[in-house]
Design a protein around this ligand. Sequence first.
Ligand code: ADP
Length: 623
Amino acid sequence: MRSLTKFFQSIRFRITLVFVLLMIIALELLGAFFVRQIEQRNLATFQQQITLPKYATDQITTALRNKQTDEANHQIQDVLSGLNNTNLQEVQVIDRTGTIRGTLSVSGQQTIGQKTTDLNAQKALSGNQSFLKTRTINESGERKELMTTQLGVSSGRVREVTGIIVVKASLLPVYRNISNVMRLFIIAGLIALVASIALALFLARTLTRPIEQINEQTTKIASGDYSMVNHIYSPDELGHLAKSVNELSTRIEESTETVNAERNRLDSVLTHMADGVLAANRRGEVTIINQAAADFVGIEREAALGQNVIDLLRLQGKRTLRDMLENLDDFRVDLSNDGTELLVQAYISLIKRQSGFISGLVVVLHNITEQQRIDSERRMFVSNVSHELRTPLTSVRSYVDALAEGAIEDPEMAQNFLGVVQDETQRMIRMINDLLELSRLDQGTMEVKQEVINLNSLFNFVLNRFDMIIESDAKNTETPNKTYNIKREFTNEDVWVEVDPDKFTQVLDNIMNNAVKYSPDGGTITARLIKTKTRAILSISDQGLGIPRKDLDNIFNRFFRVDKSRSRAQGGTGLGLAISKEVVEKFNGRIWVDSVENQGSTFYISLAYVDDANIEGDDWDVE
Ligand code: ADP
């Protein structure tokens, strides 16, 4: 049904309809004219055919002048009988008195001698010429031609009629003839009509086919399919149109490709940018947001679209959209969430049309949390360094002042004071050396000589040194030191690791020193070395004070000490573990601590080990 409605609305139908209507009008006009012409011709011919020949009218005229009525009637009857014309139905000869003097038909013979009752005949006898030719149609639809011929001589204006001959003939053959012609004409017309419909449909199709194809092509172009090429290159207007549409399709495809490529490039730039980028329209609604920006504000990209940029950046009460559009200075935004600190610097730029109309703005968000942290750490570090150096320096100054003020005179006191100055200076030198080492580690300028070494041997070497110290302390009975013993729990397998032996020894020394420092008198220090599937893990446990749980995370921070005064009293700088961590991480290792307060601490170091199969040469040389 819909396709039928579609057909009736189509150009093809309309062209066909116009064509067919024109055809019908032409056929109608032609038919009417043609039939009329044929009718007139046929009627004229028919009239000629039923007109009595001149000799007959002359003889009848002569007979009518004959006073001998019977003889004249015979003469008339002879003339009529001699007429050999099948078209004639009836011929009546009437004299000027209106008496019927002769008839052609057999049935009309008894009317001879009677007066005519026919009005037309009477009028004709009185010289009236109006109804000489009349046509009648009887109930059965038969047309008849009635032709009256006035006989007589005209004298002046008045025509003296001697008699009339009334000829009656059926027009049936004429109209049969005409209807035959008409039937033929109608059949021919119908054939022509059908042919013209077919032709019109064909013609309309040749016209609409290219239009349909162009239509199909443009619909495809609109939906982004540029593959269709129109091959109708007829040299007419439609051919030109098809060519233009083909060109248009190519142009659109090219420009779409360019736009897409640009968009993809922009998309990939935006996606892979570490900085967050978001664009908003004049109303502040977000229209573009990249993943980094979405991560910063903690929302899905799709969910962020359409949201207000002020709400998204949590700027309510701090900044309005107008402020952002009018003042392009960058500003800091705190996007911290659930305890995760996040500080970003927002840079604003406007999206302007060529006309200068501002259609929106772009906000670039740069994560400055790390920078902030580094800055604050640096500030803290400087403050720590100043503080750490101030204490020994103040102490040195006060002892030097005391010496200057006279203490130098007392040799014992002077000796004592100088000892303190020496210790403090020593500590400052140690601290500065540690700081220099950390700085070298930070800058990556520290010289590291990585070698594959046997960790069992290296660890043993370090522990042996501490054993020696214990031994020498035991001999030194004058100033007894804290006593402790070292227990070894080593794997039987050799563990090969790739480290700088000097630096790694320094790390182990530092942890061992701490263990000794914070161990109780007579405590045991356990040194372990094990091998897991992928890593070598060494640990040093003591039975000392332990480290409070809250401080475990900070223990490797620079200058961190659990108990500042005690550490300082023991000559610590608070940098040893920070250096150890940096060094271990340089060898892709990990260092961590496990501790229970008042029970002891265990420091662990894990390193990737080298497979025995890859080892060539001798063990690490302990010398
Ligand atoms: P310090 O020179 O002060 O020892 P470290 O960086 O070596 O500096 O150690 C930092 C802090 O960690 C120490 O001040 C101490 O409070 C704590 N610490 C380190 N090792 C131990 C340990 N084995 N037992 C208890 N506390 C320790």
